[in-house]
Design a protein around this ligand. Structure first.
Ligand code: A5P
Length: 233
């Protein structure tokens, strides 16, 4: 039987999400990522909490993940009740051989980065289509302040980046959970120096954060279409 491509991806994402639950130990404080792969992880975590004696607490990186976890009975903290996390489990839009990533396709990059930074380890869960040689096929999301956003966009262009403001399904400017906008930067050539590009973009006052997640990934769980996984230590 031929399984449609998007469903194959779902099998791979689910495999990675499920496998990540094995890293969760009793008493841990966990960061819950955002996106379809993270959603599979949250489902698996809810199931594990219901079927075993596992007890954990979590914080979420988006309203979506918060609602999913809450409705599944996961104990959730407000982010300001804590300053450190044991582990964050999150997806990625692209990840290269050095585990440098682009994230933010789901619009949650700022909270994802803050939560990952608070964590002892960021475990990344991806399907194998996310593995790339160089970053840049996926547009780089950049979260910007609504105040003077046209000027910020202009500054981004003046630095040589091509970007457009993300829109929602209704054609309105996409608004993040933090009330900000997102510029998606497209590039014809891969990002040769993500550190430098990140620093350049961050030098613009209206830029809040970029979707470059550099030197943040710990173990990476890669799911495949046949339901198997690989782990990159
Ligand atoms: C959310 O803002 C993103 O960073 C996601 O982690 C990323 O887009 C991966 O999403 P999928 O798991 O849906 O591919």
């Amino acid at each position: 039987m031929n399984i449609p491509k998007h469903q194959q991806n779902d099998i791979a994402k689910q495999a990675a999400g499920k496998a990540a639950v094995n890293y969760i130990q009793d008493g841990m404080l966990i960061g819950l990522g955002t996106g379809s792969t993270a959603s599979y992880f949250i489902d698996a975590l809810i199931e594990r909490c219901h079927t075993t004696t596992l007890k954990i607490h979590a914080v979420a990186t988006s309203e979506r993940s918060y609602q999913q976890a809450k409705s599944g009975g996961i104990s959730l903290y407000d982010i300001n009740q804590i300053t450190q996390l044991d582990m964050t489990i999150d997806g990625a839009d692209e990840i290269d051989r050095k585990k440098q990533m682009i994230k933010g396709g789901g619009g949650a990059l700022l909270r994802e980065k803050i939560v990952a930074y608070m964590s002892q380890e960021m475990v990344v869960i991806v399907d194998d289509t996310k593995l790339v040689e160089y970053l840049g096929c996926f547009p780089l999301p950049v979260e910007i302040l609504p105040f003077a956003y046209q000027s910020t966009l202009n500054q981004i262009h003046l630095l040589g980046f091509q970007g457009r403001l993300r829109q929602d399904a209704q054609g309105q400017l996409y608004v993040t959970d933090n009330g900000n906008y997102i510029v998606d930067i497209v590039t014809k050539h891969p990002f040769q120096n993500p550190q430098q590009d990140h620093a350049l973009l961050k030098s613009i006052p209206g830029v809040i954060e970029t979707g470059f997640f550099l030197n943040m990934a710990g173990r990476v769980i890669v799911g495949h279409n046949d339901g198997s996984i690989d782990i990159i230590e």
